[in-house]
Design a protein around this ligand. Sequence first.
Ligand code: SF4
Length: 214
Amino acid sequence: MKSIQQYLEYLQLSGIEDIYLKPQPDRIFSSQKLDELEKNYQDCKKCPLEEGRENFCYGNGNPKAKLMLIGEGPGADEDATGRVFVGRAGQLLTKMLKAIHLERDEVYITNIVKCRPPNNRNPLPNEINACLPYLEEQISIIQPKLLLLLGKVAASTLLNRNLSLTKFRENTYSFMGIKTYVTYHPSALLRNQGWKRPAWIDLQKLQKDYQKLD
Ligand code: SF4
């Protein structure tokens, strides 16, 4: 931010009063489209999770992200704010991204279900089935090059198989034709410090692929 300010001061000192910013139509389109859809869906009543929600949590981040992170569902902090991955788990996720030199606003983050399951229970199959089209639509608009699934619920739902998280982590997968990694959900890492090391190994593998993207 400081460098932008310095640059603007430099331009001013240089006598430049107007800056022309080249429009990026695809970025604007994705952002507007996601904003529009978020508004359209915010009163969704397609499944029973709407009854207990305070806020619909659609997703946040870069609408043209190369990497999209997908968790399971909003928790209490997310429900209270309408934003995904806030609170302690969100802060840890931000640190995990920073560890592989990514800022949160470079990636897009969302969940399988957009409303909070009561008492943070796992979402039920009918709730997942009702909400999944929203996620698939987000992926189609954003067109990420890599997906990172956070936790077993996200992995078993999208990869359609029932494995332990340890087994899931042994491979990469394809979801909607996109290379997909699996690692621990940050909430699980808060509960068990011993999983931080394997999660770090997963992130390093992902980082290698991310660096190869244009
Ligand atoms: S969880 Fe998804 S399908 Fe269910 S009410 Fe919320 S937005 Fe609609």
